[in-house]
Design a protein around this ligand. Structure first.
Ligand SMILES: Cc1cc2nc3c(=O)[nH]c(=O)nc-3n(C[C@H](O)[C@H](O)[C@H](O)COP(=O)(O)OP(=O)(O)OC[C@H]3O[C@@H](n4cnc5c(N)ncnc54)[C@H](O)[C@@H]3O)c2cc1C
Length: 478
């Protein structure tokens, strides 16, 4: 057995692990990623992500390449069997305060490929494909991982200062931590079918459609290019093999498409679940992504939650790697992220209830002021004390700088201080980038909207502190 050291071992290179590893590498942390598979995940999964995630991809330098492969989503409509609109969730067609559109449609392998390409060229990161982590132990200052090469069966031991389980729902790291899942009560089998259109079918529409029918709920997704997806809830007694047989698939799809219109690319049966890990950290072991939480996909937010975990955790781990005394900071990770992820899971479960029950009362309850229009969730981080200014713990907007760049392109994955007025000598501060509203009017506008004089923004773009006057800013910089 060989011993290899790194700062952080990331177990799993799905979207969460690849994003976390890229952010750690950007922070100068030596990171080793162990991924059991050699190929990208072949079955249908995420088709949606939001503006906060696109902002994260911007930080990783892949937003331009990704923009060419995704589609701006006009929104989601919940209809009953007769086509009557129960609930509308329109998504803006112009970029919003995050500097990006609110909602995109994607093909998950396109994203994973870009994330892995970035990882391949990152100076501080190494991806070990075909390497399964089989056991993990920790001492007060180290984590040891037993790794098996899936081709040769050769075993090795790797040593890291921290390890993060981004290894999905059946997480080995979660098991090694002695943690489990809190079941939040949703469990339904759904059939997911991805198709490639052979001819134009504009009549299918560009909105996501949720067919709310207690006997036969279904979903239609207008994905990028020729890709289209349908999802169907299965009866308890319907077997996976029967449901995914080509003849059975075409029978289900016949209401919308036939073999003249499209080819079936892939089909799979999933049990959609809702769950939160019982704990997200024990000392030097942490969990992120599906290893920490599961949501039914009705809001398209499962992967997005994992990406938020990565953005929240990477800068905290970088602090701990630089200075072990920073370890208490890691306790804020679960405290901030678990309630945030839970809010999305709860809403997705309620949407699931609506789809299953054609529940018009539920639609009105979900809608804002009974208007039958759903507003996007914007949730404060957990763990923020009640009496704190309402901006603290909120995702901050991304203003455009005077030179036309988006703010994050100038900041990188680092903290920033946004202040209404220019502060003499502010540029001498090496530990925080300072941007003022005198030089960048869009920053002044953003601070006016928030009703604050200045805000300290963390690397994950959430507000950590606000100032209501110039004197406080001077004190911060002192
Ligand atoms: C039908 C469907 C539709 C969805 N739609 C959306 C959507 O529109 N939007 C959205 O945001 N989310 C969606 N999701 C959820 C999303 O796909 C997942 O949340 C996301 O893939 C989780 O990413 P992850 O990196 O945390 O875990 P995974 O993608 O599961 O990756 C885990 C990785 O760890 C590896 N691994 C596991 N064990 C080990 C081990 N012991 N050693 C080494 N490697 C290991 C695995 O091979 C895998 O590559 C959907 C899910 C489904 C099923």
């Amino acid at each position: 057995m060989s011993n290899t050291e790194c700062d952080v071992a990331v177990v799993g290179c799905g979207p969460t692990g690849a994003t976390l590893a890229n952010l750690l590498a950007l922070s100068g942390v030596q990171v080793a990623v162990f991924e059991r598979s050699e190929a990208l995940y072949p079955l249908p999964r995420a088709v949606h992500f939001d503006d906060e995630c696109m902002r994260l991809f911007q930080t990783l330098g892949i937003s331009d390449a990704l923009s060419e492969r995704v589609r701006v989503n006009p929104g989601m409509r919940f209809v009953d069997d007769a086509g009557t609109l129960l609930l509308d969730w329109p998504r803006p067609q112009q970029p919003g305060p995050q500097g990006w559109h609110a909602s995109y449609r994607l093909h998950q392998p396109d994203l994973e490929q870009l994330l892995r390409q970035t990882l391949d060229t990152a100076p501080y990161a190494t991806l070990h494909s075909g390497q399964a982590v089989t056991a993990i132990e920790q001492t007060p200052d180290r984590v040891s991982l037993d790794v098996t090469d899936t081709r040769t069966g050769r075993a090795s031991r790797r040593v890291a200062r921290y390890a993060v389980g981004c290894d999905g729902a059946h997480s080995t790291v979660r098991e090694a931590m002695g943690a489990g899942y809190h079941d939040l009560g949703f469990a339904e089998r759904w059939l997911v079918v991805d198709l490639l259109l052979k001819r134009e079918r504009p009549d299918l529409g560009d909105h996501t459609l949720q067919y709310c029918n207690p006997d036969y709920p279904a979903t239609y997704c207008r994905n990028p290019g020729k890709r289209r997806r349908w999802e169907f809830r299965l009866d308890r007694d319907e077997g996976d093999a029967d449901a995914t047989a080509p003849a059975a698939l075409w029978t289900r799809l016949s209401r919308w498409v036939s073999t003249r219109d499209a080819d079936i690319e892939r089909a799979a049966v999933y049990t959609f679940r809702s769950a939160l890990a019982t704990q997200w950290q024990t000392s030097r072991l942490l969990l992120a992504g599906d290893a920490a939480h599961l949501t039914p996909p009705f809001m398209g937010q499962g992967m997005c939650a994992g990406l938020r975990d990565a953005a929240n955790l990477a800068w905290k781990l970088a602090h701990c790697v630089a200075d072990d005394a920073a370890q208490p900071l890691l306790a804020t990770y679960e405290a901030e992220r678990a309630p945030h992820a839970r809010a999305y899971i709860d809403t997705a479960m309620r949407l699931g209830g609506l789809i299953n029950a054609a529940d018009q009362d539920g639609a009105l309850e979900l809608a804002e002021s009974g208007s039958r229009t759903l507003a996007s969730l914007s949730r404060r981080l957990g763990g923020v004390p009640e009496n704190t200014h309402p901006t603290v713990g909120q995702l901050m907007p991304q203003p455009i700088l005077a030179d036309g760049r988006r703010l994050d392109d100038a900041v990188g994955y680092a903290p920033a201080l946004l202040t209404r007025e220019a502060v003499p000598g502010a540029h001498a501060h090496n530990d925080i980038a300072v941007f003022d509203g005198d030089t960048h009017p869009d920053i002044g506008g953003a601070l006016d909207t928030l009703g604050v004089h200045a805000v300290r923004v963390r690397p994950d773009r959430y507000a950590s502190e606000v100032a209501c006057d110039a004197e406080t800013v001077k004190q911060w910089l002192r």
